[in-house]
Design a binder for this molecule. Structure first.
Ligand SMILES: Cc1cc2nc3c(=O)[nH]c(=O)nc-3n(C[C@H](O)[C@H](O)[C@H](O)COP(=O)(O)O)c2cc1C
Length: 212
């Protein structure tokens, strides 16, 4: 039997479970070794199929239920999100034994203050990705048939293709694996009208344990 003193508070407290999930996500932004650093993001493909890919988690705002990653405006996922803003994020940390699933709406930032700050906060090596030619996802005749920018000016020109994607979480689901009993919980946010609405504190109205 598990010593109750070893049981973390989040095992039996929904608020603590939600806080734990956001803490792990925030750690993923800072800690490159955390599995939450590179979660999987799903969109609805232009043909209606589910589409998945890994992204680097660049920012998390637990109070506003927002997460951020960066991408190229020329990418398929941007076309998909322009058509259908619904987005989902998944990550599993085998050490923390925690799976997090988030569903929400994406807000694309290309020319506003948030995009500017995100661009300024990116390292030169990261910025270089946005100036590849031809565009990401284009078919090429040979495996290295693309150019990366060489000069600083060429790298900075990639700004035109830089997009910061904010995920506004609407539901959060956690699954924590424990020998003495898994814990699964779901949290639903009160809708704030639209994803663009600059909501204040996120209010999680509906929280419940689920059968794991
Ligand atoms: C570890 C890792 C991190 C990645 N990070 C990003 C990222 O932050 N942004 C991004 O657009 N693509 C990133 N990618 C590439 C995507 O997974 C994907 O291949 C690419 O963006 C094309 O996706 P799309 O065709 O769905 O737009 C990453 C891939 C890996 C393996």
């Amino acid at each position: 039997m598990r010593d109750p003193r070893d049981t973390p508070a989040f095992a039996n407290d929904l608020d603590a479970m939600r806080a734990h999930a956001w803490r792990q996500l925030a750690r993923g932004v800072e800690d490159r070794r955390s599995p939450f650093h590179a979660p999987t993001v799903a969109t609805v493909g232009l043909d209606g199929r589910p589409r998945l890919r890994t992204v680097v988690l660049r920012g998390v705002e637990p109070a506003r239920a927002r997460l951020r990653f960066h991408t190229d405006t020329r990418s398929e996922k941007v076309a998909e999100l322009r058509r259908d803003a619904r987005i989902a994020l998944h990550a599993y940390d085998p050490v923390a034994k925690l799976q997090v699933r988030i569903e929400g709406a994406a807000v694309l930032h290309t020319a506003d203050a948030l995009a500017e700050e995100a661009w300024r906060g990116s390292r030169m090596a990261s910025r270089a990705c946005y100036a590849t030619q031809p565009a990401p996802g284009r078919a090429i005749a040979v495996p290295d048939g693309f150019d990366l920018p060489e000069s600083e000016d060429a790298i900075l020109a990639g700004r035109a293709q830089f997009c910061a994607v904010e995920i506004v979480a609407e539901t959060l689901e956690t699954l924590w694996l424990a020998r003495d009993g898994h814990r699964r919980a779901r949290f639903v946010r009160r809708p704030d009208g639209s994803a663009e609405a600059d909501c204040q504190e996120a209010t999680w109205e509906d929280a419940t344990w689920l059968v794991p």
